[in-house]
Design a protein around this ligand. Structure first.
Ligand SMILES: CCCCCCCCC/C=C/C=C/C(=O)SCCNC(=O)CCNC(=O)[C@H](O)C(C)(C)COP(=O)(O)OP(=O)(O)OC[C@H]1O[C@@H](n2cnc3c(N)ncnc32)[C@H](O)[C@@H]1OP(=O)(O)O
Ligand SMILES: NC(=O)C1=CN([C@@H]2O[C@H](COP(=O)(O)OP(=O)(O)OC[C@H]3O[C@@H](n4cnc5c(N)ncnc54)[C@H](OP(=O)(O)O)[C@@H]3O)[C@@H](O)[C@H]2O)C=CC1
Length: 331
């Protein structure tokens, strides 16, 4: 009897080993990762009641493209007057016109390189003249690319950390000081990433800078509540944008493996993060400050758990593994 069980167990161990190998080579074995996505359909409509941002002014850095554009569209649809700011004025203007014509609410385009504190100050001057100081600030602008750290030049390091950490700090401090002077409250939101928490090889300047942004926002949440300011952080998982995917997965080789490890079986969508950003920035979230919200379909915990690859073990294989485990006597 024992020999029979051990024989079956040996065969099963070979099957399990070979499944794990297949999984590593081809991305899926046993349970099909990805089929579960049908349980988690992305919804595209604005979630908050219409008019939630009436009489609100929102500044979105990097609002001309990708996730910033989606956040701008949602806030504008909900009644906000938006200002989008980044380096490329032509792209900003095109986005501003498209969104304004769809929502009927004005979107202003303001050129600003967030690495330059003087440019940031001028951008805020321009904004004050156009709309007055904002109620909502979303620090979304970023730069990134995958690169082995030993290939990074000092200027490559400086470029990313200047956009992400210094840029966020310059925008936040400039607006914070003026808001305080005017005794006006505001919601500040920073878009970071899940690896701000874990760190990650091959995007080390971005990981370091995003971790700094999180420390900045958590610190100011504690310090500036007394001025009526809330500070929150959203850590997105992978959401397809040209800006991110062309610099982080230029050949598309990692997309399938990425989706396979996401428990909800799919990438996020710009509209989903826009809804979350709108909620966090709205008065419905007026008690939320200092929060770090991971929004990644479960990717972070999936990457973290040492045994998570056992998802590829089938129910029949589990029966045999259980027998093997139960038959173990002593240590
Ligand atoms: C599904 C598959 C998985 C993939 C997706 C998973 C995503 C999950 C987590 C995602 C996190 C995402 C975080 C993000 O931040 S994405 C945002 C990406 N968007 C952008 O980066 C937009 C803006 N970017 C840019 O403008 C440029 O890319 C830039 C390089 C960041 C800045 O441009 P600019 O100021 O013009 O700088 P340059 O003069 O071109 O370069 C400055 C120095 O950097 C060096 N350098 C540039 N590119 C590279 C590279 N690819 N490798 C190495 N070094 C690089 C450049 O050489 C300069 O240094 P110097 O030569 O020493 O002067
Ligand atoms: N997409 C994803 O999977 C994920 C994205 N994120 C984060 O989401 C945010 C948006 O990224 P995403 O939409 O994907 O990528 P995009 O490249 O579309 O967005 C980045 C924006 O930052 C602006 N920007 C870059 N450098 C500067 C600068 N020096 N001054 C002002 N603006 C600048 C760019 O505009 P311009 O070139 O005109 O300056 C661009 O609009 C980023 O913070 C990113 O780190 C985090 C995790 C996952």
């Amino acid at each position: 009897m024992a020999a029979r069980v051990l024989g079956r167990a040996g065969r099963l161990a070979a099957v399990v080993r070979s499944s794990a190998l297949q999984l590593r080579l081809h991305g899926s074995a046993g349970l099909r990762f990805g089929s579960q996505a049908s349980f988690f359909p992305p919804l595209g409509d604005a979630m908050l009641p219409s008019g939630s941002f009436n009489n609100h002014v929102a500044l979105i850095t990097g609002g001309g493209t990708g996730l910033g554009r989606a956040m701008t569209a949602t806030l504008s649809q909900l009644g906000a007057q938006c200002i989008i700011a980044s380096r490329k004025l032509d792209i900003l203007q095109r986005t501003a016109e498209e969104i304004s014509s769809q929502t009927g609410n004005k979107v202003h385009a303001v050129q600003c390189d967030v690495r330059d504190p003087q440019a940031v100050s001028q951008c805020v001057d321009q904004m004050e003249a156009l709309t007055g100081l904002p109620d909502v600030i979303i620090n979304n602008a970023a730069g990134n690319f995958v690169c082995p750290s030993e290939r990074l030049s000092p200027n490559a390091w400086k470029t990313i950390t200047d956009i992400v950490l210094n840029g966020t700090a310059f925008v936040t401090l400039e607006l914070g000081k003026r808001l305080i002077q005017n005794q006006k409250g505001a919601s500040f939101l920073a878009i970071t990433t899940i690896y701000a928490e874990s760190g990650s090889g091959f995007v080390v300047p971005s990981a370091s800078a995003k971790a700094g942004v999180e420390a900045l926002y958590k610190s100011l949440a504690a310090e500036w509540g007394r001025y009526g300011h809330r500070f929150n952080i959203i850590q997105p998982g992978p959401i397809r944008t040209k800006g991110a995917f062309s610099r982080l997965d230029p050949t598309g080789a990692f997309e399938k493996a990425t989706i396979d490890r996401i428990p909800t079986g799919r990438l996020g969508t710009p509209a989903e993060i826009a809804n979350l950003a709108a909620y966090v920035s709205s008065n419905y979230a007026s008690w939320m400050s200092g929060a770090v919200i991971r929004f990644d379909g479960g990717e972070y915990v999936s990457l973290a758990g040492e045994f998570n690859e056992l998802r590829s073990v089938t129910p029949d294989q589990w029966k045999i593994l259980e027998v093997m485990i139960r038959n173990t006597k002593g240590s």
